[in-house]
Design a binder for this molecule. Structure first.
Ligand SMILES: Cc1ncc(COP(=O)(O)O)c(C=O)c1O
Length: 434
């Protein structure tokens, strides 16, 4: 293996810190990674919220292998291959009624851009082209492309990149310290959805195309929707003819104990973005689920004309479709899209057992996602959690931290013994970081 780490500019990584003390992984199976020198590391974050069925699942590996030898690439424009259609048909059987059309992309970020463009073009196709405003939410994460960072609400992801998209506004985030240590959905804050009414009063509904939110915000530290919040957002959108987009890149495919957050909370958006768990992280793929009414609005004009001027060279790539089909088989074989609900109580008790550890100021959880928020070291935000991350890595556990929150999102195949190991290792690390 090359020992020179110089040439690779790593994404979302402290490059200089990493290159001084590299953390390399070279093999994965089930709940674990292995380092090149064969040290086993428990994966408590499903890679990056994506390997929901665990690593190296045989049906996925075999599907990719077979597809690579059968057909490596198929042009996606004006041509199709059977697996694109088969996958779409299987996917829409899992989504809430109405979300009956699938558009393929290659990542969560691309799925978000696609959904935002669909929303704008939908209104224009219906003769309401003045609805150009997109609304996001503070502390939201919707990937790293210009649309996504514009509607996103993470300052570090926005401040370096100029003026972003014009005409974007944000509703307030839902994090409320009064809800600290809530188990599952917090009590306080449904009324925060009314912030959308404030923006309607400011901009007028007739200028607003869509609102995009993560049903559970992951990247800013696992923020749960207060009870009644999503329902209220849905009804305000309906009242004003505003499309509601759920970004389910993290919550999709079983994370909360249901196939999607939309199913879990029983709130159906007009557009829904997914990626990550769609292929179990094995081949890059994203997708947008669109309500039938949105698709129908595009299906006018001459029949030989393209209806939506959007798509990627790799939309519905054969390897990605094969991987996604293998993934859906694996989820079905093991009942993984609902397994999180069976493990939820054990996981909840386990993460909340860290309540009295040093510097823990809040714990949030749902299904198989948990956030443990730490008090920052004064003047050095993020450093305490990062030191816990490094300590856990040394002890054979991969966790993820965002700011000073530890975010746990294990593969959905997790067993009690893994939960014990995660909690034991994090707890020891928290004591050492005190
Ligand atoms: C909610 C949400 N949207 C979008 C993205 C971006 O996905 P990707 O990194 O595949 O572009 C992420 C990634 O974590 C995400 O959590």
């Amino acid at each position: 293996m090359s020992k020179n780490l110089d040439a690779y500019w790593m994404p979302f990584t402290a490059n200089r810190q990493f290159k001084q003390a590299p953390r390399l992984i070279s093999r994965a199976d089930g709940m674990h990674f292995w380092t090149p020198d064969n040290r086993q590391v428990l994966d408590s974050i499903a890679g990056l919220w994506c390997v929901n069925a665990g690593h190296a699942r045989p049906k996925i590996v075999e599907a990719i292998r077979q597809q690579a030898s059968e057909m490596d690439f198929a042009p996606p424009f004006n041509m199709g291959h059977p697996k694109q259609f088969e996958l779409a048909e299987r996917l829409v059987k899992l989504t809430p009624p109405g979300l009956d059309k699938v558009f393929y992309a290659n990542s969560g970020s691309e799925a978000v851009e696609t959904a935002l463009k669909m929303a704008l073009a939908y209104h224009r196709a219906r003769g309401e082209g003045q609805r150009t405003r997109l609304i996001g939410r503070e502390r939201g994460y919707h990937g790293v492309n210009f649309g996504g960072i514009s509607v996103g609400g993470m300052v570090a992801n926005r401040k370096m990149f100029g003026t972003l998209l014009a005409g974007v506004d944000h509703i307030r985030h839902t994090h409320d310290p009064r809800n600290a240590f809530s188990k599952g959905q917090p009590e306080h804050g449904a009324e925060l959805a009314d912030d959308l009414e404030r923006l309607v009063a400011l901009h007028d509904a007739s200028t607003i195309a869509a609102v995009i939110v993560e049903p559970v915000a992951g990247s800013t530290g696992v923020l749960l929707p207060p009870k009644g919040y999503l329902e209220r957002l849905r009804s305000i959108c309906d009242k004003h003819g505003i499309l509601l987009i759920f970004d389910e890149v993290i919550t999709g495919f079983g994370r909360l104990g249901s196939p999607f957050a939309a199913t879990h909370f029983n709130v159906t958006p007009d557009l829904m973005t997914v990626a990550k768990g769609l292929t179990n992280g094995s081949v890059p793929m994203g997708a947008v689920f669109a309500h039938q009414k949105i698709y129908d609005a595009f299906m006018n004009g001459p029949e030989h004309m393209i209806e939506f001027f959007h798509g990627y060279t790799y939309s519905g790539h054969p390897l990605a479709c094969a991987a996604a089909l293998g993934t859906l088989d694996t989820y079905a074989d093991d009942g993984l899209l609902t397994r999180g609900s069976k493990m939820a109580a054990t996981f909840e008790n386990a993460v909340h057992s860290l309540k009295d550890m040093p510097n823990v100021v809040d714990i949030r959880n749902m299904g198989l996602v948990g956030g443990i928020e730490l008090a920052p070291i004064p003047g050095e935000p993020g450093k305490r959690a990062f030191s816990v991350f490094l300590d856990c890595w040394e002890k054979g556990l991969l966790i993820r931290t965002t700011g000073d929150t530890i975010a746990l999102s294990p593969p959905l195949i997790i067993e009690n013994k893994h939960i014990d190991q995660i909690i034991g290792t994090v707890s020891d690390a928290l004591k050492r970081a005190a």
